[in-house]
Each structure stands twice: as structure tokens, then as C-alpha cells.
Write a protein that binds this ligand. Structure first.
Ligand SMILES: Nc1nc2c(c(=O)[nH]1)N[C@H]1C(S)=C(S)[C@@H](COP(=O)(O)OP(=O)(O)OC[C@H]3O[C@@H](n4cnc5c(=O)[nH]c(N)nc54)[C@H](O)[C@@H]3O)O[C@H]1N2
Ligand SMILES: Nc1nc2c(c(=O)[nH]1)N[C@H]1C(S)=C(S)[C@@H](COP(=O)(O)OP(=O)(O)OC[C@H]3O[C@@H](n4cnc5c(=O)[nH]c(N)nc54)[C@H](O)[C@@H]3O)O[C@H]1N2
Ligand code: SF4
Ligand SMILES: [Mo]
Length: 795
């Protein structure tokens, strides 16, 4: 059904927008800001208790980003950052969204509210249903909710008409059960937020080094001679990474930032964990800042590698790591031949950099024995993202900068357990080896057809090929591209289900029947039949550890994600697909191992005692250890403070599990993204006061933007060329090959020192501009960092 678009937020006045980038990040203002927000939402005493346990070995894992914790011996009493505190406060808030709230607010009302307003209403505490045709959610029992879902799933013509989405906060245990459920039901339709995020990194790394994960530990990063921070804004999105970068400086290493925006955090960092950091001027971080054009990175890395080849030619045997290239790698000759044709004019056009700047960087590279390249969304969300990351790998392989201390690839992951969820099997195209082991462990034949990723899932819903959507966390309609198309696609479903902690737009834009299943968050105590439970998570550097909630649940009706998934699975799998109203499960007879089986599972459906698994998560971990390499001794290993490191063959032994058994140098075409006259490239980014679609506030402190989100940052010369000035109001109008006009209305222009022709604005407001079909080659990730737009003045 058609719904009102969220109003252009009336509170978003933009009065004070645009003071320019700050000179440093963190320090006292950061900490004070964090605590003020926590106090308001949590109450002071609760705030202290909660934050004391954040990222401690006996506490809970930060629900913010996936940055790793230091080794337990080196943890501070306050091992968190401002944005970690905000993420905790958002979850630990004392505000509640009750049945009375839904009686008062119709769906149309909710659909007209901003994401900020929805999030501010507090925690979801009761299961709710919106029945077909109704304007309101009403309370529903858990059993009835599971029955509604089971009935819809059983009524589908094929299991592939259901979509099981996951956002990256889900624990390993819940993720493992969820993918098991989807596959036991009969589909690999397991899209996740990773499809929108680091999919390009996974694709490039799997192909070139044989594993889709970063190869460095915190220690490696801190002992590097040179760290390149490319397409990443750590001061906002991975704040404690700055502590490691500061270490790099203290040990005499250097840091180079490559970014169209002069992000404050990379200039100077005031470490809030040291008195001098809180009070002083801070540590200058970046030794060199390359203000690159959007999407110029492939060209930059080719130009760098070309300089290395030239230096080697000038002084043979001194630059390249021949031993590594001949002993561990393949593809060098074709790669080198290709780079000999590199045209410096193309490099200049693509990067907007002077040759001298690249020369300077090349000198730093030649002086460095150990190099780490870190990156995030600035590399992954472009049409040629996979090729760009392959080019990063080429660059590192030339000097053997992988699989030795202080060197390697460091894709910095977003959501706190997004990497773990993949390890657990949340992927629409898990390799056959995994499916075989899963099938053997649980006695069934998992489907082999690849499932839908996020973009394909939207297409399937749009075209009537998918009819049921279940979201384990996240905010699907707001986080995904082409908002109008996606909202209509989701709206055409028979049933949408959101397993959530907080209210968001995906609860307002729903299928005919909609369910909200409220769940416990990371901060909360999780007690099941077998007693208090811990869950486990994996950080960006493949370290797995336990997380134990500390606060009483936000309400008595809440269930853990594990319990919800188990409830869903038990109700659904008791029926045969295609047989509405099939047999319901008899009460399962379980033994202590959780292996005892529900007696009458329909043919082809594995007999799994979901209730027993949900009663004691150790039983789930046992099954994980049987299926996934690296988890043997899981229970003992997570009992150790700090947890354990998963195997990573290139990191551990310079072993590359590619078809050739070697690391692969690749050949990538350089295409220069040219902007049509009068247009700009637009990137869609995060402000300092948001967590993806969760909006904490309207400030973007380090960029000097206050009280406004509908702003577009544009280089002053580009403004002048268009006869525009700081403060003008414009519509952002997207142009793409499909000829459809996509418009984000009423933005305020902020004159900002971004690279020429490269503008920036915040998502999710700008997701209306991202065409569904504009995706990265091979990873299918939306190109949300390079959209061609024009600014249309409003009167
Ligand atoms: N507080 C907070 N923390 C978060 C999140 C959050 O929303 N809030 N989100 C989490 C998630 S899921 C993720 S994935 C990460 C995201 O972490 P980031 O990737 O740091 O997030 P973005 O805001 O998308 O910033 C992209 C950065 O890349 C730069 N960039 C854009 N395009 C290009 C390019 O073509 N080349 C280069 N060299 N640079 C470019 C931008 O200017 C910007 O600095 O953060 C995680 N942590
Ligand atoms: N234009 C544009 N679009 C983007 C991006 C971009 O840079 N530009 N970035 C993309 C990226 S990198 C990502 S990762 C995606 C993020 O996409 P999602 O992961 O789908 O979105 P989030 O905003 O992180 O989801 C927030 C919601 O998750 C729920 N939640 C929070 N904690 C929990 C929990 O512990 N359990 C459960 N079950 N639910 C919980 C809450 O209800 C909250 O409202 O967005 C993508 N979209
Ligand atoms: S850096 Fe990330 S994981 Fe660490 S405290 Fe901050 S938000 Fe949490
Ligand atoms: Mo992400």
C-alpha cells in the first residue's frame, strides 16, 4: 500500500550548518558529549554500571562497530569511545514503545515520521501484529506470531519465495541457527547488510588471497611503518582505531590519508584515555593527505605500483619482493605488462592528484618495510569496487606485504558482528564445502542454488517472486537503495517480519500483514531454561570472544534472538512447504545434548530440537564447532579473557587457498569516471551523530555541521561555477542511464573543502538517489559513493 514519504524533517532547520571541518577529533568534548547522551537516555547510575562493562572481558561487546579490543592486559577501565557510548545509550534507554503507543499512532502516522523521531520513542517491548488492511499494530502472543509466520511460509509455492535478511549485530549463535533454519526450510535467500557494505572486499580478497577477511591483527597494525587509511572516516566510525594509529606514530611509523574529504580525525587526535590527550593539542596523525576524487583509488594504486615497477627497473633486485612473487604469487607478468601501458593523464583525471603527490607517497612506500592498507566504504561502494580492492592487493603483493608481522590488508568492518555472521553461514552463496558439513551435521540436504543478495531480494519482491520478508535486525527499507522502488517492493509482500530492538522505518512500511518481534540487545541479561547465557562475536580482525549482558531486559515479554529464531524454526518446520495447515510438531523429546530429535519432522526436513538448542547456547556452539573450521574447543577458548583468533591461512602461514595455491595478481581496467558538464559526483556518508539508519542527533561535529541532516557539502569553486552560495536551498537530482529522475528534495548547500566536483550528503535521506541497478561488478553492492547528480535551486 502507498504510504506517505517521511516528511522533510521540520526540526531539521539547518540554521547553523557549516562551520567547516574541525582541527582534531575526540578529546574532552567527545567524552563529555557521550556521557551527556548516555545520562539522558539511561539514567546516571545505570549509565555508570553499563559503561563500566563495555568491552571488558567480563562484560558485553560494544554494539557499535567491529573494531577489535586490545589484548586484555592493555585494556583501560573505560575501553570505549564516544560513539560506543551512544550505541549503548540507544539500546539501554529507559524509554519504551508499548501497545498504547501503537494504539495512538497509525501506520500512516509512523510512515510520516523521521527516522530520528522513530528511534527516539524507545525500546520495543511487546510482539505486535498489523493485520492485513488494518491501520494499527495490536498486541499478539508469541505463539500466535510464530503461527502466522509458519502458515505464510508453508503456503508459499517454493521456499525461494521467502527472504531471510540479517543485519550485522546478530550474535554467532543466533546467526548460526537462523541460517540453519532458512536452509532447513529450503532456501539460501540469506541476504545481509554485508551485501551493502564489505561484499566488494570479500569478493576481491577471496579471489586474490583465498579468504575474504583482513589479514592483520591490532599488533600488526600498530607495528607498521606505513599505514594507508583509504576511503574511511575512523574518527566517527571506528574511533578507537585512532588509538592504534597514535601507536603507529609513537613507534615512528607514518600514516597517509586518502580521501576526498579532509576528515578531522586523520589530522589530529586527542586521546581521551590519556590526560595529555584530553587537554592537549593532540597527536598529528596523517603525514600526508591525498585529496583524491571520488572513485580515483584504482588509478592511484595503479600509479603507485607503476612507480614501484619503475624503481625496480632502475635498481633491479632492490624494490620488489622477488622471493615472495616467485614463491607465493602468480600473475605478475601480465600485471606488470598491463601497468606499463598506464597513462598518467588518465591517472590525473581519475584522481585529481598531482603527479608529485603520488611520487611523494611512492617514496614513503619505498622507505617502508611493513605496510598496512586500511579501507572501508570509500572503496567498496563504487561500480569498480572489486577491481579497486584487487589493485590494493596487487600493490601490497609487490613487496610481499602480506602474511608477515606489521603488514597486510585491513578492510575495517562495520557492524559489530557482521564478520561473524558470515563465518556462521549468513550468505546467499556459501561454498558447497560448508553446505556439505552443515547437511552432514544435521542430517539433511541443504539447497545448493545460490539465494538472493539484498539487491536481488528487492527485485524478487518487486516482481512478485518473493512474498515473505523476515529481518533479523536492521532497517531494510531505509538502508537499501532506490527508496521508492524498495518500499513498493516490500509493501507488496504478503508478510513482513522485523525482529528488532528499536522502532524504525521498516516497521512503518510493511507487507499486508506485519509483525514486530521485540528482542533483547547485547547489553541485556539473557536467561534461558539452562540458566544465564553468553553469546559470542567476531571482530574485524577475526578474534572471537564472549559477550555477557549486564542490564535487566527492557521488558518481561522480550525474547533473545536465539529464542525467537528457534521459535520460528520449530513452528515452521513442523509443516511441509506447500501444505498450509500441515502437521504441527509434537513436543520434542530432548536429551541433554540437544541432539534428540523432534519426532515427526516432515520428509526432507531435518529433525532438530530447537527448544533444547535455545535453552542452552553451549549446545549451539557445540554444533558450530562441528561444522565450521577453527571453532574446535569453542567453549574453553571463549572462557579465556579476550577469546581466540580464528585461523587465517595467509596471515598465519602465507598459505593462499586459491585454485593455484598462490596469491593472485590481477589485471584491472582503468576507466575514468567523467562527470557530465554541470553535474557533480555525490557520495552518501554517515554523520558523526548516526549509526547507519539510527540517528542519534543532528550534528556532525567534526565536519562543523550543526542541527541539520539535509545538507550537501560542495566545494566552494563548484558552487561559484553554478552561481550558488553557501546556505542556498537545492534539490539533489540524480541522473542515471535508465532515464528515471530521482530527486532528494530540499537540501541546504554547505561550502566545504571537499575535492572538486565531489559532493557529499548523508544517508539514509539520499538513498532515494541510488538506482537499484547501479551496483558494483561482481559484488552487486549499490554504488552509493558515486552518484551523478545536479543541484536544482529551489525558489
Ligand atoms: N558512529 C558510527 N560508527 C559506525 C557506523 C555509523 O553509522 N556510525 N557504521 C558502521 C558501518 S556498518 C560501517 S560499514 C562503517 C563505515 O565506515 P566508513 O566507511 O568510514 O563510513 P562512511 O561514512 O561511509 O565514510 C566513507 C569515507 O570514505 C570517504 N570516501 C568516499 N568515497 C571515496 C573514494 O572514492 N575514495 C576514497 N579514497 N575515499 C572515499 C568518505 O569521504 C568518508 O571519509 O562504520 C561503522 N561504524
Ligand atoms: N546510501 C547509503 N546507503 C547505505 C550505506 C551508505 O554508505 N550509503 N551503508 C550501507 C551499510 S555499510 C550498511 S552495513 C547498511 C546497514 O543496514 P542495516 O544493518 O539494515 O541498518 P541499521 O541502521 O544498522 O539497523 C538498525 C536497526 O537494527 C535494529 N537493531 C539494533 N540492534 C539490534 C539487535 O541487537 N538485534 C536486533 N535484532 N535488532 C537490532 C534496530 O531496530 C535498529 O533500528 O546500510 C547500507 N546503506
Ligand atoms: S571503536 Fe567501535 S567497538 Fe570500539 S567502543 Fe567505539 S564504537 Fe564501540
Ligand atoms: Mo556497514
Amino acid at each position: 500500500m502507498a504510504r506517505r514519504a517521511p516528511a522533510v524533517d521540520p526540526e531539521d532547520s539547518a540554521q547553523d550548518a557549516g562551520r567547516g571541518p574541525a582541527r582534531s577529533a575526540a578529546g574532552l568534548p567527545g567524552v563529555a558529549h557521550a556521557l551527556r547522551q548516555s545520562w539522558e537516555q539511561m539514567g546516571a547510575r545505570r549509565g555508570v554500571t553499563t559503561l563500566r562493562l563495555l568491552n571488558q572481558t567480563d562484560g558485553f561487546d560494544c554494539p557499535g562497530c567491529a573494531w577489535p579490543d586490545p589484548d586484555p592486559k592493555h585494556r583501560h577501565a573505560a575501553e570505549f569511545c564516544e560513539n560506543g557510548a551512544k550505541a549503548v545509550a540507544e539500546e539501554a534507554t529507559l524509554r519504551r514503545v508499548t501497545a498504547a503507543f501503537f494504539a495512538e499512532h497509525s501506520l500512516t502516522d509512523l510512515a510520516g515520521r523521521s527516522g530520528y523521531w522513530l528511534g527516539q520513542q524507545g525500546r520495543l517491548v511487546e510482539p505486535m501484529v498489523r493485520r492485513a488492511g488494518s491501520e494499527h499494530y495490536v498486541p499478539v502472543s508469541w505463539d500466535e506470531a510464530f503461527e502466522i509466520i509458519a502458515t505464510e511460509l508453508a503456503g508459499l509455492a517454493s521456499p525461494d519465495e521467502a527472504v531471510f535478511y540479517t543485519s550485522g549485530r546478530t550474535s554467532n549463535e543466533a546467526a548460526f541457527l537462523y541460517q540453519l533454519f532458512a536452509r532447513a526450510y529450503g532456501t539460501n535467500n540469506l541476504p545481509d547488510c554485508s551485501n551493502l557494505c564489505h561484499e566488494s572486499s570479500g569478493a576481491a580478497l577471496n579471489e586474490t588471497i583465498g579468504i575474504g577477511k583482513g589479514s592483520v591483527t591490532l599488533e600488526d597494525l600498530e607495528m607498521a611503518d606505513l599505514v594507508l587509511v583509504v576511503g574511511q572516516n575512523p574518527g566517527t566510525n571506528h574511533p578507537r582505531m585512532l588509538t592504534s594509529l597514535e601507536q603507529v606514530k609513537r613507534r615512528g611509523g607514518s600514516i597517509v590519508a586518502v580521501n576526498p574529504l579532509p576528515e578531522a580525525s586523520l589530522r589530529r587526535f586527542r586521546n581521551p584515555q590519556r590526560p595529555s590527550g584530553v587537554l592537549g593539542a593532540g597527536t598529528p596523525l596523517a603525514d600526508q593527505f591525498l585529496q583524491i576524487r571520488l572513485n580515483g583509488d584504482l588509478a592511484l594504486f595503479q600509479a603507485l605500483s607503476r612507480r614501484l615497477l619503475d624503481a625496480e627497473a632502475a635498481a633491479p633486485g632492490t624494490v620488489l619482493d622477488h622471493e615472495f612473487l616467485t614463491g607465493h604469487a602468480t600473475g605478475f607478468d601480465a600485471f606488470a605488462a598491463h601497468l606499463r601501458t598506464l597513462d598518467e593523464a588518465d591517472v590525473a583525471a581519475a584522481t585529481g592528484l598531482a603527479a608529485a603527490e603520488i611520487d611523494e607517497l611512492a617514496r614513503r612506500v619505498l622507505a617502508a618495510q611493513r605496510i598496512v592498507v586500511c579501507w572501508a566504504m570509500g572503496l567498496t561502494q563504487h561500480a569498480n569496487a572489486v577491481a579497486t580492492i584487487r589493485e590494493v592487493v596487487n600493490f601490497l603483493l609487490l613487496r610481499g606485504n602480506i602474511g608477515r608481522p606489521g603488514a597486510g590488508v585491513c578492510p575495517v568492518r562495520g557492524h559489530s558482528n557482521v564478520q561473524g555472521d558470515r563465518t556462521m553461514g549468513i550468505w546467499e552463496k556459501m561454498p558447497d564445502a560448508f553446505l556439505v558439513r552443515l547437511g552432514a551435521e544435521f542430517g539433511f540436504a541443504p539447497p545448493r542454488r545460490h539465494g538472493h543478495d539484498v539487491v536481488d531480494a528487492i527485485r524478487a519482491m518487486r516482481d512478485g517472486r518473493a512474498k515473505v520478508f523476515i529481518g533479523l535486525g536492521g532497517n531494510f527499507v531505509a538502508a537499501t537503495p532506490d527508496t521508492a522502488v524498495t518500499e513498493a517492493a516490500v509493501g507488496s509482500c504478503r508478510l513482513t517480519v522485523q525482529i528488532s530492538t528499536k522502532l524504525n522505518r521498516s516497521h512503518a512500511v510493511t507487507g499486508q500483514t506485519a509483525l514486530i518481534l521485540p528482542t533483547l540487545g547485547r547489553t541485556e541479561i539473557d536467561v534461558q531454561a539452562g540458566g544465564p547465557q553468553v553469546v559470542t562475536v567476531e571482530d574485524s580482525m577475526s578474534s572471537v570472544h564472549a559477550s555477557r549482558g549486564a542490564l535487566p531486559p527492557a521488558g518481561p515479554a522480550l525474547r533473545s534472538e536465539v529464542a525467537i529464531v528457534a521459535g520460528l524454526a520449530a513452528a515452521t518446520l513442523a509443516r511441509r512447504v506447500g501444505q498450509t495447515g500441515g502437521p504441527t510438531a509434537a513436543a520434542p523429546a530432548s536429551d541433554a545434548s540437544g541432539r534428540a530429535e523432534a519426532p515427526e519432522a516432515p520428509a526432507g526436513v531435518p529433525a532438530i530440537d530447537w527448544t533444547a538448542l535455545a535453552g542452552d547456547y553451549r549446545l549451539i556452539r557445540e554444533r558450530i564447532a562441528n561444522v565450521i573450521p577453527g571453532f574446535d574447543g569453542y567453549e574453553e577458548k571463549i572462557a579465556r579473557p579476550g577469546g581466540f583468533l580464528l585461523p587465517h591461512p595467509p596471515r598465519d602461514a602465507r598459505e593462499f587457498r586459491t585454485p593455484s595455491g598462490r596469491a593472485v595478481l590481477t589485471v584491472n581496467e582503468l576507466t575514468v569516471l567523467r562527470v557530465p558538464p554541470g553535474h557533480l559526483l555525490l557520495q552518501t556518508i554517515r554523520s558523526h551523530d548516526q549509526y547507519n539508519t539510527t540517528i542519534y542527533g543532528r550534528d556532525d561535529r567534526y565536519r562543523g555541521v550543526r542541527g541539520a541532516r539535509r545538507v550537501v557539502l560542495v566545494n566552494p569553486d563548484d558552487l561559484a561555477a553554478r552561481g550558488l552560495a553557501d546556505g542556498d536551498r537545492v534539490d539533489l537530482v540524480g541522473v542515471w542511464t535508465d532515464g528515471v529522475e530521482r530527486r532528494a528534495a530540499d537540501f541546504r548547500v554547505v561550502a566545504y573543502p571537499t575535492a572538486r566536483e565531489c559532493a557529499a550528503a548523508y544517508f539514509p535521506e539520499t538513498n532515494v538517489l541510488v538506482p537499484l541497478d547501479s551496483t558494483a561488478k561482481r559484488s552487486n553492492t549499490p554504488t552509493s559513493k558515486s552518484l551523478v547528480v545536479r543541484l536544482e535551486p529551489r525558489d
